[in-house]
Ligand binder design. Sequence first.
Ligand code: FA5
Ligand code: MG
Length: 391
Amino acid sequence: MRLTLHFGVTPSLFCAEVITGDPANNVTDAIFSKLGAKLHTRRDHPICILKDAIHQYFDSRFGAGVFAQLDDLHPLVSTEQNFDQVLVPPDHVSRSPNDTYYVNAHTVLRCHTSAHQVDTLRSGKRAFLITGDVYRRDAIDATHYPVFHQMEGVRVFAPADWAASGQDGTAFAAAELKSTLEGLARHLFGAETEVRWIDAYFPFTEPSFEMEIFFNGAWMEVLGCGVMQQRILDGALGGNPGEHRAWAFGLGLERLAMVLFGIPDIRLFWTSDERFTRQFKAGTFKPGGAGTKFSSFSKYPPCLKDVSFWMPPGDQFTENNMCEVVRSVAGDLVEEVKLMDKFTSPKTGKTSGCYRIVYRSMERSLTDEEINALQTEVRSRMVSQLSVELR
Ligand code: FA5
Ligand code: MG
């Protein structure tokens, strides 16, 4: 099936096209309900405030409009765009249905904004910023959510750009990338911000780096970046192979926003609770987040429930699959799922797991009956969907 979807089509049609009977389909209702939310385009939302602050930095450093600003590219992409175009190898873990949401064997919910690098270069743009919602099957805790937002940046250089530098194109691009991103860190976190570079690996860049920022007493990874693989660039531009160079980066907006604005739990980005939303206003950003510090409202008590079970043989049980079950039952009422104990019986060879599920609403107190009903449903779905044997 070829999908040409646009938001604004009737929701029922849209749902039927995203949650299909295709054997490869692993999109859940909980994920479907987030599609089209576009937090990064809501003016007073902290994700949008951060996006605007980054746009403003690029406009002031390079000149207004030099970097095209795209934030409405569709999150359904082909496996070609998400993986092949950016040289993700055929056996890379990110292609696994344990990690990525598939609509069918050829269509996924993008797991990074790098899925749009090549098409955007082909459209003729040579410097751009792409912001979008990305989707990953993952663990559940205060900093992981199956939907988050990334901003991708790409800049292409021609030989004339580096001729005077005395460096080769790759060294020039890498140096320009680092100085641009160090400037961004100071723009966001303040002039005194300490930054360090860690060597990294991405299939689509060489060399590759991660940038870490020292903030509130700890080093924090905020982005991945590097010099775009020449094969990707040459393929996207046509023309003379090897003539141009480009850099690319991809940063996580939630992670930055949580630190800048003091937001303690990633679920808060999705709340419509006014005690959260009224604290953020477009146009109030100051370096270090000083203009926009979140003051936490009262926390409601958590409720802890453990579940112990024997895992089935094979790979049907994975932590991501377990989290998906919990999420589809409890939605944003689940704060964390953590492994407490795991062992393999020497006699039977069977593996036992014990997970603790932390339920907590950010908006109200939960009743015992409510939690018990959720936990009963989680246990029953673990049996029917994950083939575990409860202990
Ligand atoms: C990527 O997604 C690469 N596409 C980034 C990139 C682009 C590298 C262009 C080179 C060139 P990674 O999976 O590390 O890489 O994610 C990038 C950033 O997204 C991370 O540094 C982090 O800030 C954020 N991020 C990743 N996973 C999560 C998550 N589960 N929750 C919140 N933020 C996340
Ligand atoms: Mg990373």
